[in-house]
Design a protein around this ligand. Structure first.
Ligand SMILES: Cc1cc2nc3c(=O)[nH]c(=O)nc-3n(C[C@H](O)[C@H](O)[C@H](O)COP(=O)(O)O)c2cc1C
Length: 190
């Protein structure tokens, strides 16, 4: 069965991210069309990239890098849940992306963002980064406003339009994950 990793890209204390990520996980899992797994970066702590050889040029040696890469290798595609910090993606998320290379390639990725303006600037950055990593970046995305989709900026209350947008995003991620399966089979990750 297709396996989709849901990456939660915020790790700070008191973060809003888990509410959004669990909504994504529960909404997606109810579809019954794939396996969905939450990959919370707080549960996968990584130092700033400390591999002597960049991941695109050779296998990583550090245990934390290999453990993260193993989690990614088991997935066929990804949904990235990201906040926006200072008009960009969180550093911890960029660092997690930098820690792998082959494990991202030929896999689909869709985005669920949240922030004062829906986190769209973070997603624009991530689209570019994920393209360089050889991923199929799907067009649809879910854009959650801190003002209108959270009560008091803290309690997530997603409206129906977000459910619809999430399903379309998941549809695209699953379609592209399936379409790219022959490429992944041709170059298996070591
Ligand atoms: C350091 C920092 C910078 C932020 N910059 C932005 C920003 O540029 N645009 C925006 O829409 N929200 C910004 N915010 C608001 C966050 O989107 C909001 O706090 C969100 O809940 C952060 O996600 P988290 O709670 O999961 O960490 C910023 C928040 C922090 C902590």
């Amino acid at each position: 069965m297709t396996r989709i990793g849901i990456i939660l890209g915020s790790t700070r204390p008191n973060r809003n991210g888990p509410q959004v990520a669990h909504w994504v996980l529960e909404t997606a899992a109810r579809r019954g069309d794939a396996e969905y797994e939450l990959l919370d970066l707080r549960e996968h702590p990584l130092p700033h990239l400390d591999e002597a050889v960049p991941p695109m040029f050779g296998p990583s040696v550090n245990a934390h890098t290999r453990a993260w890469a193993e989690q990614l290798a088991a997935c066929d595609g990804f949904l990235v849940v990201t906040p926006e910090y200072n008009s960009g993606a969180p550093g911890v998320l960029k660092n997690a992306l930098d820690h792998a290379f082959a494990e991202w390639a030929d896999k689909a990725v869709g985005f669920v963002s949240y922030g004062v303006h829906g986190g769209v600037c973070a997603v624009q950055q991530l689209r570019s980064i994920c393209s360089v990593l050889g991923m199929a970046v799907v067009s649809r995305q879910v854009t959650v406003s801190l003002h209108t989709d959270f009560e008091n900026h803290t309690v997530f209350t997603p409206g129906d339009r977000h459910v619809t947008a999430l399903h379309t995003t998941v549809d695209q991620v699953l379609a592209w994950s399936a379409a790219l399966a022959p490429l992944r089979a041709a170059v298996p990750v070591a």
